[in-house]
Design a protein around this ligand. Sequence first.
Ligand code: URA
Length: 194
Amino acid sequence: MIGMFSWEILESACKTCNRCRLAENRTNVVVGGGNRKAKILLIGEGPGEKEDLSGVPFVGPAGQLLDKMLACIDLSRNDVYIANVVKCRPPGNRDPEPDEKNCCIEYLRYQFALIKPQIIVCLGRIAAQSIIDSKFRITKEHGIWYKKKNCWMIATYHPSALLRDAAKKRTAFEDLKEIKKKIDELGIISEDNE
Ligand code: URA
């Protein structure tokens, strides 16, 4: 368990973490990125190759598409904080194993407590199953709002899934419009990054 409550302690706990096998081959721990004062938390699956090399989330091809998706609803990285279910790269970009997710979820809970987001957007099945419901079916349940712990949660397709299957982009765009509607409804306005 992490004792004190600050970004500095979280970062140093993550960077020295050896709780699971993903620590063995990592170049960098990808703690998160964007605006720590944002009211919108995006949650992906785990770092890929470019993220492992840079220590920054969503900087590869999926990240470029994510930036375009955000721009569609007038958001930039300064309006959101981005984290992942696991903070170290699974080898060959395989899905994270249950024990790896369990080891890492405490850090994400800690980030949730620091950010206090009003909206969480799960990017893809892995995030939605970790955050919303362990049986979440992304094809059926994307675009639906859930409210937990005073926070609105929704899932949409992971940008990597959209890169593999462009036919899903139209559906993802509908989800993005839902998210924009909620942002306007809640009157969320961005605060400057610290
Ligand atoms: N895919 C993810 O799920 N997260 C990243 O940070 C990059 C790619």
